[in-house]
Design a protein around this ligand. Structure first.
Ligand SMILES: Cc1ncc(COP(=O)(O)O)c(C=O)c1O
Length: 361
């Protein structure tokens, strides 16, 4: 075989849609201060890992895990005052979102999402071969009921993906905008509440579930629950949605260790979530200091991060040179000059503020 033919037969061409694609993911760099992926800086509460360690002694790891993960779903349902039939868990909320797109998306369907919005939505649409359209949020990065209604009327989507609080801008969606999306469309309205525990108790759209049958909520243990390393997220929806996602899940997608680790976290919920006041206080302190700088625009946030805009196009690199890793959005449409900072410990936040002062000169 000639060299040329070997070159063409030794490698299987990737799907056309993936030809120019780079694997998605924020940089994982070994720098002193990492404020780029919206994790919680504090580790899980004392005693958590010991309890998980004790409980996994009883697992029969030679056997497959409980496929419908009933114990974990019962614990989630009890916490939410729902039934097992209305909750479902997967490996991070990203997998929940992928399962929703696999179940309700596909080549002959359309997903609608917003700009700015969570940058995984286009990736998940592509992976599930779902055509997607991205529509601008309002000028203030909020979604008015009128804008919501106009978008679904113009595009007639099968799914609407909406983060609330929004990542990266931090705004929360008004309930009337969700009602407008639902009433003016036939779509599954997916509200991604990855950061909801950081905001006011009434910010969640949970209370709208009974009113809006096509509303579904996606949540995660990665943010306020301080378990990003566990990869656990969940879905809250009508029983027919939970039945449908089971048609696309892998047979034993949720491993036995993770099921136990999630259960123990729910048992220790109070201790897990007690850092939220500290995060909010640090976020507000950061925002107050930044707002006093005339060269920085700060966006309001109900989450554990802040979006800022400056006139320094390479601020991300300048901060990195000073040992601080943030998330760069400066080249994204509508986010020119913006970086996003995860609220860290007081020391990390001080390190960021010092690096920023130095970088801005
Ligand atoms: C809005 C939003 N949704 C979902 C996720 C995914 O979270 P996970 O897959 O860790 O649950 C993130 C993570 O950054 C996010 O910002």
């Amino acid at each position: 075989m000639s060299d040329a033919s070997a070159a063409t037969t030794d490698r299987v061409p990737v799907r056309d849609a993936l030809l120019d694609v780079q694997p998605y993911g924020a940089p994982q760099l070994d720098v002193p201060v990492r404020l780029n992926t919206n994790e919680t800086a504090e580790p899980p509460p004392p005693g958590y890992l010991e309890e998980v360690g004790r409980r996994i002694q009883d697992l029969a790891l030679n056997r497959y895990p409980d496929r419908p993960h009933h114990a974990l779903r019962d614990a989630l349902a009890a916490r939410l005052d729902l039934t097992r039939a209305e909750v479902w868990a997967a490996n991070g909320s990203n997998e929940v979102l992928l399962q929703l797109l696999q179940a309700y998306g596909g080549p002959d369907r359309l997903a609608l999402h917003w700009r700015p919005g969570y940058s995984m939505y286009p990736e998940l649409c592509r992976t599930s071969a779902t055509p997607d359209v991205q529509v601008d949020l309002d000028e203030d990065f909020r979604l008015s009921p009128a804008t919501a209604r106009a978008a679904v009327e113009a595009h007639d989507p099968h799914l609407v993906l909406l983060p609330s609080p929004n990542n990266p801008v931090g705004t929360t969606v008004e309930h009337d905008a969700i009602r407008a999306l639902h009433d003016a469309s036939r779509a599954l309205i997916v509200v991604d509440e990855a950061y909801v525990e950081f905001g006011d108790d009434d910010a969640s759209v949970l209370g709208l579930l009974a009113e809006l049958p096509r509303l579904v909520i996606v949540r995660t243990f990665s943010k306020a629950f301080r378990l990003a390393g566990l990869r656990l997220g969940y879905l809250i929806a009508a029983p027919w949605v939970i039945e449908d996602v089971q048609k696309v899940r892998l047979p034993y997608h949720l491993d036995a260790v993770k099921q136990v680790a999630g259960l123990v976290a729910l048992e220790q919920e109070q201790a897990f979530l007690d850092h939220r006041a500290r995060v909010a206080a640090e976020r507000d302190r950061l925002a107050a200091v930044l707002t006093r700088r005339p060269d920085v625009e700060v966006f309001d946030s109900s989450a554990n991060f802040l979006l800022i805009r400056t006139h320094v196009p390479d601020l991300f690199d300048r901060l990195l040179e000073r040992g601080v890793l943030v998330r760069d959005f400066s080249t994204k449409p509508r986010l020119e000059g913006c970086v996003r900072i995860t609220v860290g410990t007081a020391q990390e936040n001080d390190a960021f503020l010092a690096a920023l002062a130095d970088a801005l000169g």
